[in-house]
Design a protein around this ligand. Structure first.
Ligand code: PEP
Ligand code: CO
Length: 447
């Protein structure tokens, strides 16, 4: 995986999971238009995130990466974005207070539109139709016509990402994320629950601590860290033409950055060492993630580390294991050992979602809260045993009161799944389950 790199050298490699676009000319026209649009993020921001993730790699910070499995063109609204940010801020406060280290906040947001699929088609009645690949490609309605990839969606995805990011920037710097509002972040339906009451207690303690600091003469008002947060964006870099169109040369360093998001990750299905996704991402300066499923071998992982981070820059690479609760401890340990022996300074995060999906009796794809906690528990134990830092979690959630994942302190049962099952792809934790999870992560980390 060496040789000269340009934003288009990936085109000489095999690219898995690319949509079967019916009209290549229309795709190139859309991509050309996107290439003429302004970048969504700036290189300096991506470098700041690398530095923060370097702290995670060194065991001095914790990563919280969270958001939708797939963002939707249909549920695109200010309320939806605000509620997602709100629950991420609440989780971050719980983790910061409980772990006593900075929490690096990265959303699966403002660009998380494309989905890899296990099968290119699915059966609907007695028809075989193309699979849904995310709103950036086609429409989820179960008809052959809806599933035809539409290049106009590439442009629409850019615009939705831009306005989502605009609002995120406003919320995170313009007062919404102010720590003095730690109580105000609780939604009514959360406040009345057990998790909500636990959160309220913690919020009260934080308020007391702020009063204490003020009483000691510390200038609370002028300490910007208490009033603003850094909220970074990320998505799976799947549709490589779209990523290429947003890849720009930084005027300060002359390095290339994929300016579609701060962090880009490679999915479990596209991490082939000689594949197009690894080729594309090795050349951009952004911090990168790579998913590792239960079959990942130590040799594969070392090859990926060499390809994606040959200079061993701390924070450049985050390895995100998603092994399943039953396998994580056994399968992760040899990988941790190999990476440590090769002295690769990676950040390790646990995706406890994608290895624990199953189909409920009523046909709904779901996950159980207990399996999610069990995988995080195994992840932490594997790190403790190998002497490495369990650096973070990567979860799928929403701020809404959906019923997509089972379990939690206010238990969602099988029979509840149909009540509010709204995801366009994988099942997400609702706001209550997310807050519950943050407390559980804190407990597992301290155990
Ligand atoms: C995802 O994160 O939504 C996803 C598809 O994950 P993975 O590549 O780990 O299966
Ligand atoms: Co998913």
């Amino acid at each position: 995986m060496t040789g000269p790199w340009t934003p288009s050298t990936w085109r000489e490699r095999r690219a898995e999971q690319q949509p079967p676009w019916p009209d290549d000319v229309a795709v190139e026209r859309a991509l050309k238009q996107i290439a003429s649009f302004p970048p969504l993020v700036f290189a300096g921001e991506a470098r700041n995130l690398t530095a923060s993730l370097g702290q995670v790699a060194a065991g001095r910070a914790f990563l919280l990466q969270a958001g939708d499995c797939a963002e939707s063109f249909e549920t695109f609204s200010a309320v939806n974005i605000r509620e997602k940010l709100r629950v991420i801020l609440q989780m971050a406060v719980i983790l910061t207070y409980s772990l006593g280290v900075p929490v690096v906040k990265v959303g699966r947001i403002a660009g998380q539109f494309a989905k890899p699929r296990s099968s290119p088609t699915e059966r609907v009645g007695d028809e075989e139709i193309a699979s849904f690949r995310g709103h950036i490609v086609n429409d989820p309605a179960p008809t052959a016509a809806a599933r035809v990839p539409d290049p106009d969606r590439l442009v629409q995805a850019y615009h939705q990402a831009a306005s989502t990011l605009n609002l995120l920037r406003a919320f995170s710097k313009g007062g919404f994320a102010d720590l003095s509002r730690v109580h105000a972040w609780t939604q009514e339906f959360v406040a009345t629950s057990r998790e909500g009451q636990r959160y309220e207690q913690l919020a009260t303690e934080i308020e007391r601590a702020l009063r204490f600091m003020r009483a000691c003469g510390i200038e609370i008002e002028s300490t910007f860290q208490l009033h603003e947060v850094d909220m970074y964006t990320s998505h799976e870099a799947l549709i490589l033409g779209w990523e290429e169109a947003l890849t720009r040369q930084d005027s300060l360093t002359d390095d290339w950055y994929d300016c579609s998001a701060h962090l880009l990750w490679i999915g479990e299905r596209t991490r082939q060492r000689d594949g197009a996704h690894v080729e594309f991402l090795r050349g951009v300066g952004n911090p990168l993630g790579c998913k590792l499923g239960p079959t990942a071998s130590a040799d594969e992982v070392l090859d990926l580390c060499e390809a994606l981070n040959p200079d061993r820059v701390p924070g450049r690479l985050t390895l995100i294991s998603r092994m399943g609760a039953d396998h994580v401890e056994d399968r992760l340990r040899p990988l941790l050992r190999a990476v440590a022996r090769a002295e690769h300074p990676v950040a390790w995060a646990c995706d406890p979602m994608h290895g624990n999906t199953f189909t409920a009796a009523n046909g709904r794809k779901t996950r159980h809260f207990d399996d999610i906690c069990a995988e995080i528990g195994g992840f932490v134990r594997a790190h403790r045993a190998e002497g490495s830092w369990p650096g973070g979690v990567h979860v799928e959630l929403t701020g809404e009161e959906v019923t997509e994942c089972l379990g939690g302190a206010e238990e969602v049962l099988d029979v509840n799944l149909d009540e509010r099952y709204e995801t366009v792809c994988d099942p997400r934790l609702n706001a209550r389950q997310s807050i519950d999870l943050a407390f559980r992560v804190a407990e597992l980390m301290r155990a």
